[in-house]
Design a protein around this ligand. Structure first.
Ligand SMILES: Nc1ncnc2c1ncn2[C@@H]1O[C@H](COP(=O)(O)OP(=O)(O)OP(=O)(O)O)[C@@H](O)[C@H]1O
Ligand SMILES: [Mg+2]
Length: 407
């Protein structure tokens, strides 16, 4: 799949750190373990107010959030289903009140769903006894909030070590691990400082370090960077992407900022009024917004950083053989190259840029006209937008990789 924001990332082999549920499913599981999803939300509902189960039945038969609100009931999350692969950053985006935080709290069991299940490594969190759930939560899942509450009378090191303290890790080990995590979060050298000596951005890094120190595989980040100044926020995004290339955590990241979502997300789920209205890659959302709500979000996005050469290329039907096309092209790129990298080649040539696979075989061409048309396209809701052209000469396996998966 093409990713332009961030870096190219593929599915990462599944590495389970805690016991799978055994039984008949176990052998089946091992055969497909490599690509099994890490986290699976299955038809999750959360209703606040009177008779929540009855409200779920009404929602299932088509009642809207507004109808329920009339009786004083809030449908915070309505029928949310999605999967997050190991090593992915899965972004949940939506306006205030759309249900993002409620969804996140169900993912780590802080809130019990009114209906639906959360599976983590195949284990149903919603079915665990409170003690088991606490164990999973403290060892495998970490949360980073928007305003990270640090303990004012503890040093930065002690704050970063807090999650380990809760786990009962001995002092020496927890201080070593916390110091390592602070280093990773860019705070090496600040161990003995007090929280009030740190800027807001640095305090947020302590929050990140606390989450990293516990070795949790699943990080849940709720608007973790939203309170920061734009430049610091960008810096934190870069740092997270950088950390992710090394640590390969599974991350659910909540934001109401589409640019942040597009930079960070391997996949993005857009929420509106409690429902997931689209779930796709940044490019899917940009090229095929599911509805006008999503389209209105993407108006201000820099399309040249999200669209890739592979998504706008045409079949190499120009006169001449593949070798001639390659020889004449002002540049040769791969399908996942963001289109803003094509501006320079086009500034000194009218000829199409060649798109090749990793073996250097020509798979398509991008013409200057095609590039301009793609950048000028007003985002429209899904059915009004045609799928991007795909070169017929692309081998089937390469197509599967290069064409963005449908929403
Ligand atoms: N404990 C609660 N009791 C009653 N209603 C709640 C509760 N928690 C959340 N809600 C309601 O559920 C809806 C979704 O809230 P939620 O906090 O999940 O939204 P959000 O997308 O995280 O918003 P924001 O971007 O402002 O953080 C809102 O209408 C909110 O008022
Ligand atoms: Mg919230």
């Amino acid at each position: 799949m093409p990713y332009a924001y961030g870096r190219a990332r593929g599915p990462i082999p599944h590495r389970s750190t805690f016991r799978h549920v055994g039984g008949a499913g176990a052998s089946l599981r091992s055969t497909r373990e490599v690509y099994v999803s890490r986290l699976h939300a299955e038809h999750l509902f959360k209703v606040f107010g009177k008779r929540p189960e009855a409200a779920v039945e009404r929602l299932k038969s088509g009642a809207s959030r507004e109808e329920l609100r009339a009786d004083g009931t809030t449908a915070a999350v309505i029928d949310a289903s999605f999967e997050v692969e190991a090593g992915q950053i899965f972004v949940v985006m939506g306006l205030s009140g759309s249900g993002k935080s409620t969804l996140l709290r169900m993912l780590n069991g802080l809130l019990e769903p009114t209906a639906g299940r959360v599976l983590y490594d195949g284990q149903d969190l919603t079915a665990l006894a409170p003690r088991e759930l606490r164990e999973v939560r403290s060892r495998h899942i970490s949360m980073v909030f928007q305003h990270f509450a640090l303990f004012p009378h503890r040093s930065v090191l002690e704050n970063a070590a807090y999650g380990l303290e809760v786990q009962g890790v001995a002092r020496k080990e927890r201080e070593e691990r916390a110091a390592e995590a602070l280093e990773l979060a860019g705070l090496g050298g600040w161990e003995t400082s007090w929280p009030d000596e740190l800027s807001g951005g640095m305090q947020q890094r302590v929050g990140l370090a606390r989450a990293l120190a516990t070795d949790a595989d699943l990080l849940l980040m709720d608007e973790s960077f939203s309170a920061l100044d734009p430049l610091i926020r960008r810096d934190m995004q870069d740092q997270l992407l950088d950390l992710q290339t090394r640590l390969k955590k599974t991350i659910v990241f909540i934001t109401h900022d589409l640019n942040e979502a597009m930079r960070l997300g391997d996949r993005i789920a857009v929420m509106r009024d409690g429902r997931v209205v689209q779930n796709g890659t940044a490019e899917d959302i940009l090229v095929r917004p599911a509805n006008d709500y999503v389209a209105s979000f993407i108006q201000d996005v820099d399309r040249s950083r999200v669209l890739t050469a592979g998504s706008i290329m045409d079949a190499p039907t120009a006169p001449g053989s593949a070798d001639e096309v390659l020889a004449a092209a002002p540049a040769t790129v791969e399908a996942d190259t963001p289109v803003h990298e094509l501006f320079t080649p086009f500034s000194h040539s009218d000829l199409p840029v060649a798109v090749t696979d990793e073996r250097g075989v020509l798979t398509g061409v991008v013409t200057r006209d095609r590039l301009l048309a793609a950048l000028g396209d007003e985002p429209k809701a899904q059915d009004a937008v045609k799928a991007p052209a795909v070169a017929p000469v692309v081998p089937a396996a390469a197509q599967a990789k290069e064409v963005p998966a449908g929403a």
